[in-house]
Design a protein around this ligand. Structure first.
Ligand code: ASP
Length: 345
């Protein structure tokens, strides 16, 4: 491979277990040189790899829109210089980051591959090395036309490549930590890396990357359970400053039909709150019209989340709220798949 043929990949190290070491105080984020020292195999790929890192690598439990802005800026500032981007990230909030980046990196046409690990790369038995190498290969892959195989934000982890805004961390201990419950996997990583081409995102327009930096986090997630009290519901809906509520409903998008509950929702909608129906089930979605109980929610002004994940629901609301749209426009976009986050039609 001549230098000009080598895939050029930028690694963005944010923190997480993949770059952690054991200290007297437990696992702590280390600096990126530790990671590269421990993964000499990366050199065997023959890629041109550069890296940037957070000045203070974080445990991803501390992830926030401010950090998402930093990742987006790292990508946007260097977008033309690289064929693909690998974001190293803790697993705990990786699915939120993958969803947020999918909305924020508007008109993305290059791979943004997020990975991490369940065990630190420095451990004797670990999953970080393989995950990193595979992520680099996914970021470098081309399709038959010589275009990037992946033109969206994905999570590449253990044996699978999944769409970022469809992903969920479903186990805190298993090496296969991420699933896409409502959309087929985009690729499998075994002896070969195989791509599920019909499911890969391809945009129709050729607009340049248009990064978005103004997420509005005025969102609340309200989880229903049998016996939830009027005061708990009303207190949450009256939370100062919130503009949208992700309502975690039962089954196919159902909720109690007690009058106080429906009145509380109608009242909140009347005050301008957007209430977004996202089922507590990981698989399937809400069909508000299927049962009387769901239909009552629609009548109270609750918007269907279809089969969206809670991670994508929260970040999609942050994106739409931050975009300066009217309430009607936001409701319209909630029913549209922007980057493949819901199945509609
Ligand atoms: N707590 C860690 C984090 O999310 C776990 C991990 O890296 O997987 O940053």
């Amino acid at each position: 491979m001549t230098n000009s043929e080598k895939p050029r990949i930028l690694i963005i190290y944010t923190g997480g277990t993949i770059g952690m070491v054991e200290t007297a105080d437990g696992l702590q984020p280390f600096d990126f040189s530790h990671l590269m020292d421990n993964v000499p195999k990366v050199g065997q790929l023959g890629y041109q790899i550069d890296s940037v890192q957070f000045s203070q690598p974080i445990d991803s439990s501390n992830m926030s829109p401010a950090y998402w802005n930093m990742i987006v800026k790292d990508i946007a500032d260097r977008y033309d210089q690289y064929d693909g981007f690998v974001v190293l990230h803790g697993t705990d909030t990786m699915a939120y980051t993958a969803s947020a980046l999918a909305f924020m990196l508007r008109n993305l046409r290059k791979p943004v591959v997020i990975t991490g690990s369940q065990l630190p790369i420095g451990d004797t038995r670990e999953d970080g090395t393989e995950n990193l190498i595979a992520a680099l290969q996914v970021a470098a892959a081309k399709d038959d036309n010589g275009d990037p195989m992946i033109q969206e934000v994905v999570i590449s982890f253990q044996d699978y490549i999944v769409r970022g805004c469809r992903s969920t961390k479903f186990t805190s201990t298993g090496f296969h930590a991420f699933k896409s419950f409502n959309y087929p996997v985009l690729g499998t990583i075994d002896l070969h890396i195989e791509y599920a081409k019909p499911y890969l995102l391809r945009h129709q327009t050729a607009e340049p990357l248009n990064p978005f930096y103004s997420l509005d986090p005025s969102v609340l997630v309200m989880w229903l359970f049998p016996g939830i009290s009027e005061s708990v519901v009303k207190a949450q809906l009256a939370t100062p400053g919130i503009k949208a509520v992700v309502l975690r409903t039962f089954g196919a998008g159902n909720a109690p039909t007690e009058q106080w509950f429906l009145d509380a929702l109608s009242d909140a909608v009347g005050r301008g709150l957007i209430i977004y129906n996202v089922t507590q089930c990981q698989n399937g979605g809400d069909e508000q019209k299927r049962y009387y109980t769901g239909d009552m929610l629609a009548k109270a002004g609750v918007i269907s989340g279809y089969d969206i994940t809670v991670e994508a629901a929260v970040t999609k609301l942050m994106y739409l709220l931050g975009a300066g749209l009217t309430s009607d426009q936001i409701k319209e976009y909630l029913g549209i798949s922007i980057v493949g986050e819901i199945t509609v039609g």
